[in-house]
Design a protein around this ligand. Structure first.
Ligand code: NAD
Length: 464
């Protein structure tokens, strides 16, 4: 179903108004950027309980977890940008070629213009507002499109963003597929999309019509390798934690485990114990909706392995208890599709090299995890696999830093967080300036012999 004509006109108007605000030059200076970052921090500090309550309503997210995963991460990125964006704005000097001497050459970051940010539902505040940090730190006008599958969070952000930030330069449009489709018909200066690989393709195709550059933060199956020398109790506790958090609905969650056969039984028993402990003692985030519960039930239909924890799921209450599946068929849907839920497949491998081969036979993942006490094993895995990021002896914390975060190949393109977010939303403009005084005629054709001799000498071109 297409959006109605009035809605379509209003989407076009918002786009036009955002372009006008950008063209006015108001967002380019450092003071505007600083005031927006400060506004964003106030938004988080002053509305903590409403924001965590909205995520609890949408996803059953326990408030402390929502605060850590969404508010604290966004706060940290905004503070990092606030502390550094003026130095990120500074020009970088370059050498001028001898024929253009005297002169000056430099690059300066320039805002891209009017950008579109589309986010998913699983960390509905972080994944909308951290890209926004980069976009405003870089001086752009922005349209935010939160996920319709987290409606309470979408509504509160639509209310708060214009209240705390420049409501003419940063707009929010709520809506689902139809609205996003209309938005993607417009010529944005950048489209920043976080979501599934399937929709990532749609976004890139739509952006290609206008040659709008894209950042795609996508999903996939992130492997965890457990080496024979791993600290097994710690590995099991951390893997279980990462799979349980947000009910496994995390783009960088450990999708499946490849464990050295010599420690496979011990690791599997430990991880099962840890998941039972979490299941029985800790509140669980819900599955986002009934159809995703049914999708997860479907993944358990025909995996060819054996299940080590009892199935307990209910589409009505959106609950799904953790399940461990030992030795699933590598060709099953469970091992081919992104799980995005609390199911943990565990596969035995003969060696680290076999684990590396298994990973390299599949699409390049967003994240990769390895548990080992050996620097050689760690180096081997780092050198021989390609993934968006790696965390050694823990999981997911690589994302909660100001290091660039992004995928590679089918898990995404481009990156953000910290300076990389600023860079993503900036154009690096190269400028060269020459004085007009003292222009030497001898540097224009026909080049006199003396000029040729001098230029050869100063460029240290070897004589024949
Ligand atoms: P999704 O791709 O279904 O939706 C993401 C956004 O795209 C939403 O705002 C939605 O309205 C919009 N959308 C959906 N279908 C569309 C269509 N046909 N045309 C245009 N727009 C459309 O993703 P999701 O279910 O919200 O999130 C889960 C996926 O996101 C998983 O694959 C997960 O791995 C990935 N993800 C990636 C990251 C990351 O940082 N790399 C973070 C979180 C989630």
């Amino acid at each position: 179903m297409a959006v109605d004509e009035a809605m379509n006109d209003s989407i076009k108007n918002v786009h036009k108004e955002l372009r006008e605000v950008f063209a006015s030059g108001r967002t380019v200076g450092g003071d505007w950027r600083e005031s927006q970052l400060r506004g964003l921090l106030d938004l988080l500090y002053e509305n903590e309980s409403e924001l965590t309550a909205a995520m609890a309503a949408d996803l059953g997210k326990p408030p402390f977890e929502g605060w850590v995963t969404d508010l604290l991460t966004t706060r940290d990125d905004a503070r990092d940008a606030l502390a550094h964006f003026r130095s990120w704005m500074k020009p970088t000097k370059y050498k001028v070629p001898v024929m253009a001497t005297p002169g000056k050459a430099w690059t300066e970051p320039q805002p891209l213009g009017t950008v579109l940010i589309i986010s998913p539902w699983n960390y509905p505040i972080q994944l909308l507002l951290v890209p926004l940090v980069g976009a405003v730190a870089a001086g752009n006008t922005v349209l935010l499109k939160p996920s319709e599958l987290a409606p309470a969070t979408s509504a509160i952000l639509a209310k708060l963003v214009p209240k705390y930030m420049d409501g003419d330069a940063i707009r929010v449009i709520e809506g689902g597929v139809e609205t996003t489709t209309e938005l993607l018909n417009l010529p944005w200066d950048h489209v920043f999309f976080t979501g599934s690989t399937r929709v990532g393709r749609i976004v890139m195709e739509a952006a290609a019509k206008h040659l709008s550059p894209v950042t795609l933060e996508l999903g996939g199956k992130s492997p965890t390798i457990i080496a024979a020398d791993a600290n097994l109790p710690i590995a099991a506790r951390r893997v279980a934690w990462a799979k349980y958090l947000n009910a496994g609905q995390t783009c960088v969650a450990p999708d499946y485990v490849l464990v050295d056969k010599s420690v496979a039984d011990e690791f599997t028993d430990l991880v099962v114990e840890e998941l039972i402990h979490s299941r029985d003692k800790a509140p669980a985030t819900s599955i986002v909706n009934a159809s995703h519960v049914r999708r997860l039930e479907g993944l358990l239909d025909d995996h060819g392995g054996h299940e080590l924890l009892p199935r307990k799921s209910d589409p009505t209450s959106r609950s799904f208890a953790p399940v461990v599946v030992a030795e699933p068929d590598p060709g099953s849907a469970l091992m081919e599709e992104e799980i995005f839920g609390p199911i943990l497949p565990i596969i035995k491998v003969n060696s680290i090299d076999d684990a590396i081969e298994f990973v390299n036979d599949r699409p390049r993942p967003l994240a990769l995890y390895v548990f080992t006490e050996s620097p050689e094993t760690e180096r081997r895995v780092l050198d021989r696999t390609t993934s968006g990021s790696v965390c050694v002896n823990h999981l997911m914390f690589q994302v909660a830093t100001s290091m660039p975060f992004g995928g590679v190949g089918p898990s995404g393109m481009g990156a953000y967080h910290g300076k990389s977010g600023f860079d993503t939303f900036s154009h690096t403009k190269s400028v060269l300036r020459r004085p007009t005084k003292g222009d030497l005629k001898a540097t224009y054709p026909p080049y006199p012999k003396v000029t040729q001799r001098i230029i050869r000498k100063v460029t240290r071109w070897p004589n024949k």
